[in-house]
Design a protein around this ligand. Structure first.
Ligand SMILES: Cc1ncc(C[n+]2csc(CCOP(=O)(O)OP(=O)(O)O)c2C)c(N)n1
Length: 324
C-alpha cells in the first residue's frame, strides 16, 4: 500500500489525538475525574495507530495493555469522548460507563480490553475463525506485549491460526518491560518475531517509533491474511514513557531506571519524530501540523466538558447488559 499525503496526515492526527486522550486521563486521575485505573500508552502511539489506521470497517483491532487500546480505538473511529466517559463511569461511555476501563465497541471492530494478560490470544483465534467463516475478507490485528508472549495461550493460538490459515496479524509491542520484569530475563528468543518460525508464518521486526514503518509492515501482513495465506507476526520495538500504571515508578528488576535512559527513550517520541519527517520531506508545513494539534486539543476540551456534564452510569444497565 502506497501512503498518500492524506494518509500520512491521518496517521499524524490519530497519534496526536491518542496522546491528548491519554494525557486527559492522567490529568483526570490527578483531579479525581477519572474513576478507573490507567496504564498509559505514551510512547506507543506509532505502534497503536500505525497498525490500525488503514484497516477496513469490518476488521477487528484487539488491543494489548498499553493505553487501554486508546490508539486502536481512535484509529478505528471511536470518538475520544466515549473513551473518556467510560473511564469516568459515565452513561455516555462506549460501554455505558460500566466497563471500568475495559472499553469495547463491537460495531467498530473493537472487541475489548482484557484484564488477564494472554486472554486476547484465544479470543483472537475465535475472531479469526469467525472472519474466515464469514468469507468477507475481514482480518484481525491482535496486539500483545513482550510479557504476554510468555503465556501458553499464545503458543496454542499461534499454532491454530497457522494450521487453519486464519486472517490474523499478531502484533507484539515490545517495550522491553512487563511491569518491572525486563524482557531480557523473560523472553528466551532474541526477538519475539523469532517465534513465527516455529509456527510457519512470516515474522518481522520493525521500529515501533516509526508510524510509517509499522503501517507498511502491518498492511503487508493484512494483505497476506485477506488473500487467505494465513497469519503473520510483526514485532514493533518500542518504549513506554510512563510507569506501568499511574502512581507507580519507572523500575526495572528492583532498580529505578536511570533518568538518562528514560530521557533517551523520550528523545524517540514517535509524534515528534514523525512531525519532523513530514516537515523535512515537504509533506506538511508547521502551520498545518499546528492546526491538527490545535483541533485535537479543542476536541479533547469539548469532550471533557461533555463528560463532566454526562450522567453517571445507569444502575439498570447492570442487569440488562448481562449475557444469559
Ligand atoms: C495472567 C496475568 N498475569 C499477570 C497480570 C498482571 N499484569 C498486568 S499487565 C502486566 C504486564 C504485561 O506486560 P506486557 O505484556 O509486556 O505489556 P506492557 O504492559 O509492557 O504493555 C502484568 C504482569 C495480569 N493482568 N494477568
Amino acid at each position: 500500500m502506497k501512503l498518500e499525503r492524506d494518509d500520512l496526515l491521518k496517521l499524524y492526527r490519530n497519534m496526536v489525538l491518542t496522546r491528548k486522550t491519554d494525557e486527559s486521563i492522567i490529568d483526570g486521575i490527578k483531579t479525581g475525574r477519572v474513576v478507573s485505573f490507567f496504564h498509559s500508552g505514551q510512547g506507543h502511539e506509532a505502534t497503536d495507530v500505525g497498525g490500525v489506521t488503514f484497516l477496513r470497517k469490518g476488521d477487528w483491532a484487539m488491543a494489548g495493555v498499553r493505553g487501554h487500546g486508546v490508539g486502536q480505538a481512535i484509529a478505528k473511529g471511536l470518538a475520544p469522548r466515549e473513551f473518556l466517559a467510560e473511564h469516568c463511569g459515565k452513561a455516555t461511555g462506549c460501554c455505558f460507563g460500566w466497563s471500568g476501563f475495559h472499553t469495547a465497541n463491537l460495531e467498530l471492530g473493537l472487541p475489548g480490553y482484557w484484564g488477564t494478560v494472554g486472554t486476547t490470544f484465544p479470543i483472537t483465534l475465535g475472531l479469526g475463525i469467525a472472519c474466515k467463516k464469514d468469507g468477507k475478507g475481514n482480518v484481525v490485528v491482535s496486539y500483545f506485549g513482550d510479557g504476554a508472549s510468555g503465556r501458553g495461550t499464545l503458543h496454542e493460538a499461534f499454532n491454530m491460526t497457522s494450521i487453519y490459515k486464519l486472517p490474523v496479524v499478531w502484533l507484539c509491542e515490545n517495550n522491553m518491560l512487563a511491569i518491572n520484569m525486563p524482557a531480557s530475563e523473560a523472553v528466551a528468543s532474541k526477538d519475539v518475531a523469532d517465534l513465527a518460525y516455529g509456527y510457519n508464518m512470516p515474522g518481522v521486526v520493525v521500529d515501533g517509533q516509526d508510524v510509517v514503518a509499522v503501517a507498511e509492515a502491518v498492511m503487508i501482513a493484512v494483505e497476506r491474511a485477506r488473500a487467505g495465506d494465513g497469519p503473520s507476526l510483526v514485532e514493533c520495538k518500542t518504549f513506554r514513557f510512563r510507569p506501568h500504571s499511574e502512581g507507580g515508578k519507572m523500575i526495572r528488576g528492583y532498580q529505578p531506571i536511570p533518568e538518562e535512559e528514560i530521557a533517551e527513550w523520550r528523545s524517540k517520541d514517535p509524534i515528534v519524530l514523525f512531525r519532523k519527517k513530514l516537515i523535512e520531506q515537504g509533506i506538511a508545513a508547521n502551520v498545518e501540523l499546528d492546526k491538527i494539534d490545535g483541533d485535537a486539543a479543542a476536541e479533547i476540551a469539548v469532550a471533557e466538558k461533555f463528560v463532566a456534564e454526562s450522567p453517571l452510569a445507569d444502575p439498570e444497565r447492570m442487569f440488562n447488559s448481562l449475557y444469559a
